[in-house]
Design a protein around this ligand. Sequence first.
Ligand SMILES: Nc1ncnc2c1ncn2[C@@H]1O[C@H](COP(=O)(O)OP(=O)(O)OP(=O)(O)O)[C@@H](O)[C@H]1O
Ligand SMILES: [Mg+2]
Length: 393
Amino acid sequence: MTTRVLLFTGKGGVGKTTAAAATATLAARRGLKTLIVSTDTAHSLADALSAEPGEIAPGLHLHQVDTQRTLERHWGELQDYARGVLTELGLDEITSEEITVLPGAEEVIALLELREHAREGRWDVIVVDCAPTAETLRLLALPEALDWHVNRLMPVGRKLMRLAAPLVRGVARVSAPGEEVMSAGERFHRGLMEVRELLTGDHASVRLVLTPEAVVLAEARRTLTSLNLYGYRVDAVIANRVFPGDDADEWRARWVAAQSRLLAEAEESFAPLPVHTVPYLPAEPVGRHALAAVGEALYGESDPFAPPAVEPPLKLAADELTLALPGAERGAVDLARKGDELIITAGPYRRILALPVALARRKISGAVLRDGLLRVRFTSEAETDEARGRDGT
Ligand SMILES: Nc1ncnc2c1ncn2[C@@H]1O[C@H](COP(=O)(O)OP(=O)(O)OP(=O)(O)O)[C@@H](O)[C@H]1O
Ligand SMILES: [Mg+2]
């Protein structure tokens, strides 16, 4: 059985938790076994659903990440190692409590748990309430960026370690990491890569939540570009807090006019993605009943749990690589080749892409960005190692 994974992200306060909870409530009502989790440690999902973690309705489970416990489970060995090394370097011992304040650590842990839930295979739908835009992006890019470092550092590091460990242990108080520590690190890393595969896979998609305001829309556009850059498919945009136009007094009429301009703009910039709207309700939609109503209004006739109807952003062919970068400005996109890697920059975001073997040995013959699609062409002949060396510098 395949699990449909739905991620909700967007700027702070726009209604991510509400949209996620509404979607999960709707899923359960339609008879789908649904799990809803949050990557953020504030307990806002429980507040929105007005429930304690656990099975909160037939077929609807709310999971709350216990960061401290999970941290110790996943990071125990690495943490011991880090603590030991820092102590030996004369730095104060860091405690596991302090490790949790490392940026992104909590979300990473939440995602590791997510992978375990997905592996269980008993969920039809997993809904993830993600952290606000920037954090989520950094977090989502992390496994791949780490992969780059780990691939680079791990084999060498391990070789060195193997040579140095007996020596070092015998001579000084410095503890070199043992094999078991390295393999914990590798295990952890593999876990992150699996999370990435899950979240960029055929059954996962991201829903971008926004409110019809200029600043929010601008940020949502950048988020769409960067989510694509990192290989995540966005399959819908949710415009929340849309003022109803009927019987409006002058104050509201002005908001209605401004919002409808922005909604038109959103439709245009996100096309062909659907832009679903949710009205500004007279009260906070708290509790399953109110959330289910939000879910119905949100999706209307469309099936929110159907497989994603959008293509994955990145495609590799025999002599070409294409990456959908909707909204990216030509001047903000940059390409660099470094050996077997292609480094793609879009505004402040960067992706280091390990080229598949077939492309890695070829030279880039040209690249264009047109209508939000980056096309990188490779020569048909494999280049020599010598040429590759030159290219990489
Ligand atoms: N359509 C709506 N009408 C009225 N109130 C709403 C609507 N959508 C959300 N709210 C309320 O707005 C507040 C913020 O919503 P929510 O918590 O879903 O945002 P969020 O994007 O998850 O915020 P954060 O970035 O802090 O996680 C909540 O009190 C919620 O009940
Ligand atoms: Mg929230």
